[in-house]
Design a protein around this ligand. Structure first.
Ligand code: AKB
Length: 357
């Protein structure tokens, strides 16, 4: 059973007022929010989950939460109001503009992706100061924090480790890398912490690759061609892929991504050697994706019509990432290859989703 695992402080703060312990999930209505909230609710009936999203919650999300709110992570007064009523032991901060959307609206992306994250970190720090308990902040970061200057450099870099190639070439990548750095600072260095002393927050990030879900189709991202191609195949529609056939990126399935977040949250802080970790399951080219999906949906027709801006983003991201630190520190292990992801999770899920059992 997964419970919120706050880090106890050695120096007790003021006793908690009568605020209810709870877990906050921002971006609750997004692709990952749905599955994560369901998994959290299933993990414990006692867990109070507060879901925040720009859009009003669906019934499915509302049923899993003790409260849902339609609001913006940039709205400091909304977060202050929440902090007066709840003591958040964990914050899953999922709200963000993805890479393609962020390139189209870079200032808004900065405000949401970095300003919003700072607001959530402030909420966590204030909780720590008022209760003496350090909240966990779980943060989905991204392969967009990496940047390779040319296709030759991408080929040469191969599978990149967490400390390599940290020169993002997108607004989204810059925002996410900066947010990771703020989280690391407040966890390890704020108020000149001594080694071993609990930080102002307990920030834990995962750098996700492209994520493929059987239930939802993403928008605003640049890895979207993977899930879009698959959902087109499942609906007998042709697909025009917006990147070249040779474009290679790492991917994983949504259940693996959610399981990774929950495993990282459940890990003992003392076993963690980093505040941000790579994970990945398979790394096909767009042509290999089309071929492997096409072998299961023979009617699928994929054309390739690269979009210059999106192609540039994909060419600047690494072909794969090295996930050995996550495996060593908190037991991460990919569950799928592309083939098993399709046969064991995606195709059965798509059949259910589109009513083609
Ligand atoms: C995107 O394409 O923007 C995201 C990501 C890689 O973080 N899926």
């Amino acid at each position: 059973m997964l419970e919120a695992r706050p880090t106890e402080s050695k120096t007790p703060g003021r006793p908690a007022q009568k605020r209810q312990p709870a877990v906050l999930v921002t971006g609750a209505g997004g692709e990952m929010g749905h599955g994560l909230i369901r998994a959290l609710a299933e993990s414990s009936e006692q867990l109070s989950i507060v879901g925040l999203d720009l859009r009003p919650a669906t019934d499915e999300i509302a049923d899993c939460c003790s409260e849902t709110l339609a609001g913006d992570v940039r709205d400091q007064s909304l977060l202050d109001g929440l902090a007066r009523r709840y003591h958040f032991t964990q914050v899953y901060h999922l709200a963000a503009l993805l890479s393609t959307s962020a390139e189209q609206a870079p200032i808004q992306a900065f405000e949401v992706n970095l300003g919003g994250t700072m607001n959530l970190l402030r909420l966590a720090i204030e909780t720590r100061d008022q209760t003496g308990v350090t909240p966990q902040v779980l943060f989905p970061s991204t392969i967009a924090v990496y940047g390779v200057p040319t296709l030759e450099a991408k080929l040469a870099a191969g599978s990149v480790a967490e400390h390599e190639c940290l020169e993002p070439r997108t607004m989204y990548g810059c925002n996410k890398l900066s947010a990771e750095q703020l989280g690391r600072y407040f966890t390890l260095h704020h108020r000149q912490l001594q080694p071993g002393e609990p930080g102002s927050v307990d920030f834990r990030a995962i750098r996700f690759p492209g994520i493929i879900s059987a239930d939802t189709i993403p928008t605003g991202g640049t890895t979207d061609y993977g899930p879009q191609m698959l959902h087109a195949a499942a609906q007998d529609k042709p697909y025009q892929c917006f990147v070249r056939p040779d474009s290679r990126l790492p991917f994983m399935t949504m259940p693996e991504a959610i399981e990774a977040m929950l495993s990282l949250a459940a890990a003992e802080r003392s076993t963690l050697t980093r505040t941000a970790y790579n994970v990945r399951s398979f790394a096909p080219t767009a042509a290999e994706l089309a071929e492997t999906i096409g072998a299961r949906f023979p009617a699928l027709e994929v054309g390739f019509e690269p979009h210059p801006g999106r192609q540039m983003i994909v060419d600047g991201w690494p072909a794969d990432v090295d996930d050995r630190a996550a495996a060593k520190d908190w037991g991460w292990s990919a569950r799928h290859t592309l083939e098993t992801a399709l046969d064991e999770y995606l195709i059965p899920g798509l059949r259910r989703h589109y009513g083609r059992t």
